[in-house]
Structures are given as C-alpha cells and as structure tokens.
Design a protein around this ligand. Structure first.
Ligand SMILES: Nc1ncnc2c1ncn2[C@@H]1O[C@H](COP(=O)(O)OP(=O)(O)O)[C@@H](O)[C@H]1O
Ligand SMILES: [Mg+2]
Length: 292
C-alpha cells in the first residue's frame, strides 16, 4: 500500500513540475477537511454534509466531495440524483463545472462514483486530468471530503493532503478499536506529523461518555504512536439523524435546533477557532498530495 502511494507520488513528481503549483498562487485559501473512520456506518457522511451546512450558515462557501468510491452516498442523504459524478470527471467525459451540483441547502456537492475504486489505479492521463479539475473547486472556503471507511490509497492520499483530518468514532468498542487502527496506519504511512488529526465521537448519550471515549483514543494515540489528536467534539445519539436520512434531508435543515444539529454547530465553531495554517488551498493540497 505504501509502495503504491509512493509510486503515485513518484509519477506526479516527474510529470508535474512543482512550479505548476506555484504558478496558480495566490488564490483563496480553501480549508480542506477530510472525514474518515476505521469502521463503516459511524456517521461520516452525515457529519460531513451537516458540517458543510453549518459552514454555509456562517456565510461560507462549502463543498462536499464524495470520495467514497466504494459506497458513494452523499447524494442519497441529500436526496439528489446527480446526472454526472466523479466517474464522468475521471473518465474525462465531463468537467468539474458540469458535475458540481447545487443543492437547496446552500452547499454544493461533487457526487461520488460508486463501485469505482482506487484513484491509484487510474491511468496517468486520468490522474492528471482529475488533478487539474480539482483546481476548479478553489473558490470554496471549505471543502469537506467524505472518504470511505478504513484505509485505502485513496483515503490515505486525501488524508495526507488535507488541512484537517476528522476521525469519527462511536462509543462502540469495535468502532473505537478501528478508530485507533486507522490512526495507527495514518501515523505509519504518512510522515507529515503536522496532520491536524481531530476526533469526533458520534452517537453519544452524554457529554461525559463523549469525553471518556475521546480520552481513550487520544491517550492511546499519544502514548503508543506519539500522535497528537485534538478532541473536536461529540454528536448526540438523536433519532433526528435517522429521520433525516429517511427523509433524505440533512438533519441540520430538518431541525436546526435538534440535539445533533447543535452539536454540529459547536464543532464548526471549534474548527473556526482552531489554528488553520496559512497557505492552504487547492494548490497546496495538490502539492502535498504529490510531493513527499
Ligand atoms: N448521531 C446519530 N444519532 C442517531 N443515528 C445516527 C447518528 N449518526 C449516524 N446515525 C445512523 O447511522 C447511519 C449511518 O450513518 P452514515 O453517516 O451513513 O455513516 P458512514 O458514512 O460512516 O458510513 C445513519 O443512516 C443513521 O441511521
Ligand atoms: Mg458514508
């Protein structure tokens, strides 16, 4: 896995002179946040979408990019049926502007391509095209990348290049173990220690439960991996989330004052108060994506 990622970087190093990235600066700094987890079904997609809605409430331009190339479902949770998705972009049948989708919630999405796995397996030409098209997103204030669960090259490459990496877990022992697992793999595979790893504990029944779970993961990561993680916050277990999924509407839109919605607002407020490095943006993202 590490070898493939390295190969990918090698290819890009040779194909794109680094000045290519510098040339396109200066540009607006888009904060790029990826949302990942060890275990599936812990709430990544819902958190990614609703974080974007909370950013939009603050007047920010937010885009959710569905990078779950196995089980893409951002559009399903939002109840939109995209005509085109990342598949068409990667296959060069469509441009980013053709696949970028407006929603009625003040956010835009880039729909994922289900069953189309591994960006690392793209041809060189496809990869180059994909990267060029990513530049089209640079007008956004924040780009939230919903990745698949577990570790693949695709997840690792996005994670390595993001400004912030949110790891989602639930209080379930299996989710906690898997969260630790993905942090360990990230720590081993990515040298960039300055990753900005952040933990969200989803589906908690109390503030204390959230804090306890977070302490466990963060302490183990610090003790055994020497990795610093911040506790970003929790989301209450709330039937609103299930209802929203059934209605195919984001829960923040369905009930902005709901328990889960308030938690999301808190998380965005915390993110906004946290340091966000200068020099972010798509160009930096791509630079980090393809340089060692
Ligand atoms: N805070 C929550 N409260 C109640 N149910 C939740 C919560 N978060 C997630 N869920 C349930 O878990 C399901 C999976 O969430 P999803 O965001 O699709 O997870 P993932 O993207 O990690 O696979 C949702 O459809 C919902 O039923
Ligand atoms: Mg998902």
């Amino acid at each position: 896995m590490a070898d493939q990622a390295e190969k990918l970087r090698e290819i890009m190093r040779n194909k794109i002179p680094s000045s290519r990235f510098e040339d396109s600066l200066p540009q607006k700094a888009s904060r790029i946040i990826s949302v990942s987890s060890g275990k599936g079904g812990v709430g990544k997609t819902n958190i990614a979408i609703n974080l974007a809605l909370a950013y939009a409430k603050l007047g920010k331009k937010a885009i959710v990019l569905d990078a779950d190339l196995g089980l893409a479902n951002v559009n399903v949770v939002l109840g939109v049926i995209p005509r085109y998705n990342l598949y068409h972009l990667i296959r060069k049948q469509k441009k980013m502007k053709d696949i970028l989708l407006d929603t009625t919630y003040g956010i835009q999405i880039v729909a994922g391509a289900s069953g189309f796995s591994k960006i690392a397996n793209l041809s060189e030409e496809e990869r180059k095209g994909f990267i060029e098209e990513l530049h089209e997103l640079s007008s956004a204030d924040v780009i939230i990348i919903d990745t698949s669960a577990g570790v693949s090259n695709n997840v690792l490459t996005f994670v390595a290049a993001s400004d912030d990496v949110i790891i989602v877990t639930t209080p379930e022992p299996t989710a906690i173990t898997d969260a630790y697992g993905i942090v360990k793999i990230i720590a081993t595979e990515i040298d960039n220690i300055d990753l900005g790893l952040k933990l969200v504990v989803n589906r908690v029944k109390s503030v204390i439960e959230g804090r306890k779970v977070a302490e466990r993961v963060i302490n183990i990561a610090g003790q055994f991996l020497n990795i610093k993680m911040d506790y970003l916050g929790f989301v209450y277990e709330d039937v609103l989330v299930q209802n929203a999924v059934i209605k195919q509407r984001p829960f923040l839109a369905l009930d902005p004052k709901g328990k889960a919605s308030i938690c999301i607002d808190h998380i965005v407020r915390r993110l906004e108060n946290m340091d966000f490095k200068e020099g972010s943006g798509i160009s930096q993202f791509l630079k980090k994506l393809f340089s060692s």
